[in-house]
Write a protein that binds this ligand. Sequence first.
Ligand SMILES: [Cu+2]
Length: 357
Amino acid sequence: MTRLLSMAILLGFASINAHAATLPVAATDVADSWDSIYWFLVWTSVVFFVGIVAAMIIFVVKYRKEVHKKSKYIEGHTGLEIIWTVIPSILLFVMFGWGWVVYKDMIKAPSDAMEVHVIGKQWLWQFMYKNGTSSIGDLYVPVNKPVKLVMSSEDVLHSFFVPNFRVKSDVVPGMYTYVWFEAKVPGIHQIFCTEYCGTSHSGMLGRVIALKDDQWKEWLSGKKIDIDSLPADPSFPGFRANALGEGLPTAQASGSKGGQLSLAEKGKALTTAKGCVACHSSDGTKLVGPSYKGIFDTDVKLADGKTVKIDENYIRESIENPTAKVVEGYPPSMPPYKGLLTEEEIMAITEYIKSLK
Ligand SMILES: [Cu+2]
């Protein structure tokens, strides 16, 4: 019997060790925090598992039928009841509180975070940087700088996941979701799509290329970086950028070509091309509609008396479905642009409005 028990325990430890070997590199501070919680949960479970199974086996042997024909009837035991209520409650509160604190860290991007726009589509990741550069499959970021991703999908539900960073978020058509991280390990980090999104879902791979600051700036200004010379992601050595990526216009900056418009400049051009300028000014002047100037990140009063914060999702909704939230003092006369602008165009216009401080 003891042999069986020790074998079970050994097996338990063996599987835990095997798991430790497969936890991906922790390349952000949040990853370290999640790992601590993870190990706390694992070891709490091990202690309870071993304790409960051991007690069970001991009782089965000690109180077997040959020794105790009839069990004693126990009325209740206040001390025991308090113990088995208080200890698990404390443990649950610790798990909840600790998880909550780390979750808040993971969700709330620092205000100085560098923004990159992400579009998920069947079956690749497209990244758009403020200066107008874009890349497919590979996301270039500087190390030791907070980076905030503003993400949307052009078709179906996707989910953006970087295991080494321990951050993940669904990427949803028709709205923006966010993820932020601060990479502290330079090199390649695998990106997965973790929401089944069709035939080639498993090929919807990508890589975060975390570069030292000066190298990152070089890349942004158009210099080619030899990614293949960087060491492969040690956590996912078998994976590549994008199984379908060959033949795609890959991921290099074009900043040096000159004449490249920044994302905000593209947005500005679009507001002319799409006729927005007929009703909206960029200098604070009231036309048919409110001016774009300085509206981002402020509160706006609506015709129905409610107040909402102007963020990316509000701007998107105002463009695609203007009557959903009508600004106080203005007629609901803006035509809906749903389906008339691509995901990229909406992002560029949003960047333009954000840039008008
Ligand atoms: Cu996907």
